[in-house]
Design a protein around this ligand. Sequence first.
Ligand code: NDP
Length: 489
Amino acid sequence: MAANQRKTTVVSQTTVTKTTSTKTVDRQVGKTWGRDRDVSFGTILISLGILVLSPVWVLYTFISCNSYQCAISGPALEIYGASDSFAALQTLLIREVPRFSPYAARLFFSWVAFQAFLYTFLPSPIGYGQRTPAGHLLPYKVSYRVPEIRSLAIGCSHVNGLFAWIVSHAIYGAGGYYFGWWKLSILHDNWGGLLVAANIYGYFLTFFVYIKAHTFPSHAADRKFSGSFIYDLLMGIEFNPRFGKLFDFKLFHNGRPGIVAWTMINLSFAAAQYQKIGYVTNSMILLNVLHATYVLDFFYNEDWYLRTIDIAHDHFGFYLAWGDSVWLPWLYTLQSHYLVRNPVDLTPLQFTLISAVGFTGYFIFRSVNHQKDIVRTSNGECLIWGKPAKVIRTEFVTSDGKTHKSLLLCSGYWGLSRHFNYVGDLLISLAMCMTCGTKHLLPYFYIIYMTILLLHRIQRDHTRCKGKYGKYWEEYMRIVPYKLIPYVY
Ligand code: NDP
């Protein structure tokens, strides 16, 4: 990196110190911040492991729930306990691996096509993402601004995604409950066939975007080639692959088929529980409410999502293409799969405690993210916890050599730790898992996974922000030394 950096004199302002001064900053020219390009052999090996093991893990959890009451040890014990483990594994796979089902495939592909239709045609003006490392400021279909449409929707600034969620759930509910076109448990009933179809799509998309990146990229200067086929396949080459100007692969796949389906899958599993035991447990209701809160928050604040790491940092490869198609809908909903097989009736005290953990987490999650958003949109001219926001005014350089300005908030939650929003997310994730009681480990997969994901993210974000902001990031680290939990980490 050093070879690509040179010292340049620029004028910068630091609100924290309330001075305007001439300072020397490191500028990157040519090679920019953003996703790693030079990856080590170890990273390639880990990438290969993720590519191979993620689908195996999804299949394993599917089999555990389908045939072993969601006991994580079920399949492993059967194989381990057999006199010929290899033969037992073969038998288990032949018996348990879900088969291709034309009906489930039609269901899945119609769903993706329907979401693409809603994404494209539901009314929505334009929001803008973060500036990319190559200097692009891309438009996205997000927030309504037309007053009539706004008043048609629920009376405030909503987004195309929320509209898509409402339309999709209204059709699912009306079709299942009123018209009898399908059973409300349709997703639960076709879960194996849907898993096969989702994998077909996830793999197709992964290879399609890999080829597209080489042959007809949307923004060629924002591509990152690592020199490793495996790493590029996993982490993606293109930053913002698109069809035309507005069909953004990343926003669509991160935000629509999987996340709209998330709450619908839960509802479908709740319906299956009702069919099985004649009522819906309070744990299933609480789980549905917690997941719906998280999902609706995502859509209500869809414009904010453009400024998160998913959109502002990640490139589009297997990690997002397959991850959004398979990993998210199958593993983020594991608790409702568990509750169908193992209904849990929470005591009033347990119900209250879990609700308190979940909604405290949600309150923190939303408040922290909101503080960052208002400070950025008001250019630092706002109150945080009743006092003028303290910010570090920063500069960064894109690969076209241009200098841009930004700011880092260092008061409020963002003065407690550099990722306090993750604390809120971890609390709400824990509450979702706690709805399943304490008999089994599998429903706790989500909190374990989120902890690993977010700790790794802290490291990734640190590398990115240090590369992007240089000495300004170091100043922020000096003012706010804790990464996650004040005085702990
Ligand atoms: P953040 O929203 O914290 O975004 C990090 C980015 O914000 C940085 O790269 C930087 O980008 C900017 N930033 C960092 N520090 C500051 C500061 N002090 N002031 C202003 N801007 C700052 O992280 P994520 O995108 O990871 O997460 C967003 C939310 O989504 C979180 O609440 C997280 O918990 C949740 N999440 C949920 C996941 C799930 O699967 N359920 C997965 C991942 C996240 P820049 O300066 O370039 O704008």
